[in-house]
Design a protein around this ligand. Structure first.
Ligand SMILES: [Zn+2]
Length: 227
């Protein structure tokens, strides 16, 4: 997909990952395994239920996540980086909002994964952020019809628009039944199970699947007296 010069500030919802890869300059920092940006975003609080590790420590981390996830291109990243040094308070507030949105998305999906109703406060927060995102979206004609695009990514919190929107779209889609948490109790990263039989258990086979396999092997050997 071609981007005209007047589109540098905006972003296409349907923009291909290939386009973003071309403009990438920094190596990726985040492991994006979820298949949906809102679930990848939840995973930025690592080992959440056992020993939480915050991967979004600074506003720059948030921008890096946006870049890795293909929400921002390099021309959009650099001004945000620079401005966050000039206006640190605003950047810190946006980071705080981002974490709050992340926890709201987590709480909603975690409840649903565990067959419980979505917590009203978390759903209200997600609704509010989705409505805010909608205020920055507009339809533009394309060759084959129309596309949704977001306004320029000039605001510190603009990165939250596509994330909130992705979470809302997922909740209202038939893909909702395929949202899972990794079976490793020390991990529990979220992902969208798009496997053929929808029996995927691990966030990533090399990250958690192999670890579990090795553990099962060890227990089996030990119980059979081989170890
Ligand atoms: Zn895992």
């Amino acid at each position: 997909m071609q981007r005209g010069s007047d589109e540098i500030g905006g972003i296409l919802l349907t923009e291909t990952k290939e386009t973003m890869k071309i403009s990438r300059r920094r190596p990726p920092r985040f492991e994006l395994i979820a298949g949906n940006v809102s679930l990848d975003f939840v995973n930025t609080l690592d080992d959440r239920h056992i020993n939480p590790k915050e991967l979004l420590e600074t506003y720059l981390d948030l921008v890096r996540f946006g870049e890795d996830a293909g929400l921002l291109s390099s021309p959009q990243v650099d001004p945000l980086f620079e401005r966050s040094y000039v206006e640190p308070d605003l950047a810190a507030r946006a980071l705080h909002q981002a974490r709050e949105l992340r926890e709201a998305i987590h709480d909603v999906f975690w409840a649903l994964i565990n067959k419980r109703p979505a917590p009203p406060a978390a759903l209200a927060r997600l609704n509010a952020d989705t409505q805010a995102a909608a205020g920055h979206m507009h339809l533009v004609p394309t060759k084959n019809g129309f596309e949704w695009r977001f306004d320029d990514f000039g605001d510190f919190d603009s990165l939250l628009w596509p994330i909130a929107r992705a979470a809302a779209d997922l909740l209202a889609s038939d893909q909702l039944a395929y949202v899972r948490a990794c079976s490793s109790k020390t991990c529990e990263w979220f992902f969208l199970d798009t496997s053929k039989n929808h029996h995927r258990r691990w966030c990533d086979m090399t990250r958690c699947g192999n670890r579990a396999k090795v553990q099962r092997f060890y227990v089996r050997k030990k119980s059979s007296g081989e170890l």
